[in-house]
Design a protein around this ligand. Structure first.
Ligand code: PEP
Ligand code: CO
Length: 452
């Protein structure tokens, strides 16, 4: 397999000579340097064999032989790194992946937006309230949400706290998985009451039955429970936004001859930081991890072709994932054009649909929300358009939680605008709740029809 060579004009700090968007200003440089020096000595959170293993799985998805399920919170926060939150998030992703496996009949690659999703891009550097301007809250790894000068001051120590939270999360995820937490062979225990509310209830029940039957068959054949014969693999991802943090955990692995970002398996470049001349692209082009790039309506064909060339000059399989997020209304206008633009480069990428970020709206009461119908519509269009273009959709990128929140409108349970106040917890973007996320998994499994 052709593995990209480290570009000769690159080193882990070369991003510093480029304009870096979405970065905080640390006033105490000495404190910053001390923290970064510590971070660069701490053990890595992930290993290169896991990273390379994921890359080969993504290469399979690129060939149409696997499907990526990437999901989790818009932003994790330190306070909510609780046992329950980690368990419910892992559980929903595992359950979704099982439904998708049975429906799509191909391996599902599970990647959490987890164990490091602590930095957020903001539309403005400052927030003003009652005539007072303070730095915007940029995520728990950078500053604190309360609107006081002390809380909003970027604090380098938070990078260490973030590293630790990520390590605690990963440690728990690994133990749960090793301990056989993947209690997937009892779908009858899943919380599927909402299924009854749906017009497609009969199909849902048939799907769940078929999950159960498939697992029963597998276990009867092998004589062992599923989790002990087939270890579940789980990978982490986050937006590689806060470059000092990413940089500090970037290591050269002699036996591989490459630099890796070892804070996560799969970092991605957000839509606001994909400028070709910017620091983020400079940083990402030199690391050997598989990587994603978010693609919105403003991307031009040339820009996209350049991105493909700069980030994956050797057309390495599994290296580059393009995550499109156009919105239900714009997907028809943009997806065919970007598929053609990438095809013209001769390079292969993994195409993933993020049906969340192009479908955000604000209600009259000021809640940021997303309509389940729009999420479903964009996803459906993406499947169809790829097929029409002789391409294929190889994965989905979702903001979801295993909890019973009320942040997105719609779904089988029919959440309304007036329900949002009941359990709206996200500080940032609205997430699918457990039922809505399961419903999307069922849609992907191909069992959900247009009429419901
Ligand atoms: C996100 O994934 O939370 C996000 C900010 O996405 P985008 O960069 O696509 O807007
Ligand atoms: Co988001």
């Amino acid at each position: 397999m052709t593995q990209a060579r480290t570009p000769t004009d690159w080193h882990p700090a070369s991003w510093q000579s480029r304009p870096a968007a979405q970065q905080p200003t640390y006033r105490d440089r000495v404190h910053l340097e001390t923290v970064l020096a510590q971070l660069s000595q701490l053990p890595p959170l992930v290993t290169t064999w896991e990273v390379e293993n994921l890359k080969s799985k993504l290469a399979a998805a690129q060939r149409g032989e696997a499907f990526l399920l990437q999901g989790g919170d818009c932003a994790e926060n330190f306070e909510e790194t609780t046992s329950e939150n980690v368990v419910t998030k892992l559980k929903i992703l595992l359950q979704m992946s099982l439904v998708m496996l049975v429906g799509l009949k191909k391996p599902i690659i599970r990647v959490g937006r987890m164990a490091g999703q602590y930095a957020k891009p903001r539309s403005a550097d400052y927030e003003t309230k009652d005539g007072v301007s303070l730095p915007s809250y940029r995520g728990d790894i950078i500053n604190r949400p309360a609107f006081t000068a002390v809380d909003r001051e970027p604090d380098p120590t938070l990078m260490l706290r973030g590293y630790e939270r990520a390590a605690l999360t990963l440690n728990f995820v690994r133990s749960l998985i090793d301990g056989g937490f993947a209690d997937l062979h009892h779908p009858e225990n899943w919380d599927l009451a909402f299924v009854g509310e749906s017009a497609a209830a009969a199909e849902y029940h048939a799907l769940v039955q078929s999950v159960s039957d498939s697992l029963g068959f597998f276990e009867a054949m092998t004589g062992e429970p599923l989790h002990s014969t087939h270890r579940v693999e789980f990978y982490t991802s986050h937006e590689g936004l806060h470059l000092p943090y990413e940089h500090a955990q970037t290591r050269f692995l002699k036996h591989r001859g490459h630099w890796y970002n070892l804070t996560t398996h799969f970092p991605w470049i957000g839509m606001r930081t994909a400028d070709l001349a910017g620091a983020h692209i400079e940083y990402f082009r030199g690391i050997a991890n598989p990587m994603g790039v978010k693609i919105g309506t403003s991307v031009s064909d040339e820009q996209l072709q350049q991105l493909v060339h700069v980030l994956n000059p050797n057309n390495e399989p599994g290296r580059l994932t393009l995550i499109t997020r156009f919105g239900a209304k714009q997907v028809e206008a943009h997806l065919p054009r970007v598929i053609k633009a990438v095809r013209a480069t001769g390079a292969s990428v993994l195409w993933v649909c993020d049906p969340m970020h192009g479908n955000t709206e604000t209600t009259a009461e000021g809640y940021k929300t997303r309509r389940f119908d729009n999420i479903r519509a964009e996803l459906r269009s993406a499947f169809r358009i790829h097929q029409e273009q002789g391409s294929h959709l190889g994965g989905v990128h979702l903001e979801l939680t295993g909890e019973n929140v009320t942040e997105c409108i719609g779904g089988a349970r029919g959440l309304k605008e007036s329900d949002l106040a009941r359990a709206y917890k996200s500080q940032v973007d609205p997430r699918l709740n457990y039922e809505q996320a399961m419903e999307i998994a069922m849609l992907i499994a191909g069992r959900l029809h247009t009429q419901d």
